[in-house]
Design a protein around this ligand. Structure first.
Ligand SMILES: Cc1ncc(COP(=O)(O)O)c(C=O)c1O
Length: 446
């Protein structure tokens, strides 16, 4: 086994973070990056190459966060560096028609089964926002169903029960308490939202019986990725597909996390589900900001210019440099064995961690499979939904565990709601280093 490195000196990280307080809210640009998650403050990163990152003090880490999954090819992949350098020299963006966006879209369509056409935006949040607008226009209905604990970006109507709360605040599964994730959203926004527990087919049938006729859409993550990593129960997504078809609601599959990660065509390919609309981001852009909405012409063509069009604008839509990156990224992902390797590497990491917890007699499970997984400190055998996560997962213990890993050269967010990511850049020695660091961390875990 490789020797896990202890990386304790973070003086420069502390100095940068202190300085950041003067000019950035909370010293960061998203609460998930600052002191709300990292104690006493974040590791300030300076550089990345392949599967490794270096912080401001020169400490080296194996990165398993990978920009929340955006870096499917790791850091500074040489092919992408070359593509970006050339695209930059030619002119990074014109906000005009380009051949680059056609080449990106053609590759996208070849990989994603339900993508008759695609529209590019800049973030996953923009993609889900557009998907909902399209669904409402297409069905002539306003309400939509979202599941507890699912995150679809920060657009107002999606910001309901996206954070964990003490179980006693959640209400009953039949009548869930509706807890906004943010101030500043008019309460009436949520009048259009039907909220339901996920991964329970009987409950879904009940909710659809009651509300199906008024739903423009049901939006779901195929694998729940914002309470760690929670796969669907067998047959659940298929039942969801049947029920939405029966009631005339569109199925929006939010593949912002899972797209281009589990299979070339994402989870819709992996689970053989044909959504009406699907949304993408993260891995699609290999580190560049992008969102995408895909589906049949009958729905997406509603964006065509005219009096009754669905509006979608954006100065940076189809950003040329990003489109060049996407074309190169999708070509690399289409190579033989990419996905079998990603799955094998992830499964090795999962097996290694499970063995450490078993040997160390630590009550923890590793949930997920292949390129994405999460560790839960819990007495349960599995976490099946938001309510399980809120009731049975010791997120504080997880945070302590990850801080111990950070001291041993493993970079990961201490937030239990996120998940471990395997990229094409990870290697067997990286996994060995993770397993050894986890073993040491278990030894110190109070
Ligand atoms: C499932 C899902 N949908 C949408 C989004 C929003 O994407 P972005 O952060 O690019 O706006 C996220 C982000 O984490 C996500 O996990």
């Amino acid at each position: 086994m490789t020797q896990a490195v202890t990386t304790r000196n973070r003086q420069k990280s502390r100095e940068w973070f202190e300085r950041a307080q003067q000019s950035l809210v909370e010293g960061v640009n998203s609460p998930s990056r600052g002191a709300a998650v990292y104690a006493p403050g974040p590791v300030v990163l300076e550089r990345g190459l392949g599967s490794h990152v270096w912080d401001a003090d020169g400490n080296e880490y194996v990165d398993f966060m990978m920009s929340f999954g955006a870096l499917i090819q790791g850091h500074a992949h040489p092919e992408l560096v070359a593509v970006v350098s050339q695209a930059m020299a030619e002119g990074s963006h014109f906000a005009a028609a380009t051949s680059a966006e056609v080449e990106a879209a053609e590759r996208f369509r070849r990989m994603v089964p339900s993508a008759e056409v695609v529209r590019f935006a800049n973030t996953g949040s923009e993609a889900t926002m557009l998907a909902l607008r399209l669904a409402r226009a297409h069905t002539g209905r306003t309400r939509f169903l979202k599941f507890e604990g699912h995150y679809h970006g920060w657009y107002d109507p999606f910001c309901l029960n996206g954070h964990s709360h003490p179980p006693e605040q959640l209400g009953s599964p039949e009548n869930p308490a509706r807890i906004p994730d943010s101030e500043g959203i008019p309460p009436s926004t949520f009048d259009d939202v039907v909220l339901a527990p996920w991964n329970d087919a009987a409950m879904l049938e009940r909710v659809i019986r009651q509300h199906g006729h008024e739903l423009a859409a049901v939006i779901t993550e195929p694998i729940m990725a914002n309470m760690g990593c929670i796969p669907p129960r067998e047959g659940y997504l298929q039942r969801l597909r049947e029920l939405t078809s029966e009631c005339g609601a569109l199925l929006i599959l939010d593949e912002v996390v899972t797209g281009f990660r589990y299979a070339p065509g994402g989870c819709q390919e992996y689970y053989s589900i044909r959504p009406d609309i699907s949304t993408f981001g993260k891995a699609l852009g290999a580190g560049f900001p992008v969102g995408a909405v895909a589906g049949p012409r009958a729905i997406l063509d509603r964006m065509r210019w005219g009096n009754e069009m669905v509006l979608h604008y954006g100065t940076f839509n189809g950003h040329r440099l990003t489109m060049k990156v996407i074309a190169a990224n999708l070509d690399m992902l289409s190579a033989d064995r990419t996905y079998s390797r990603l799955h094998a590497m992830g499964d090795t990491a999962i097996a290694g961690l499970r063995e450490v917890f078993r040997r160390r007699k630590v009550k923890a499970i590793v949930q997920g499979f292949g390129p994405m997984f999460q560790i839960y400190f819990t007495e349960r055998d599995a976490i099946h939904d938001y309510r399980d996560y809120c009731a049975y997962v010791d997120t504080q213990r997880y945070s302590r565990f990850v801080h111990l890993l950070l001291d041993r050269g493993i970079y990961m967010t201490p937030s239990n709601g996120l998940h471990w990511i395997i990229s094409t850049a990870h290697t067997e020695p990286d996994i060995q280093q993770l397993v050894e660091a986890a073993d040491q961390a278990c030894g110190e875990l109070a």
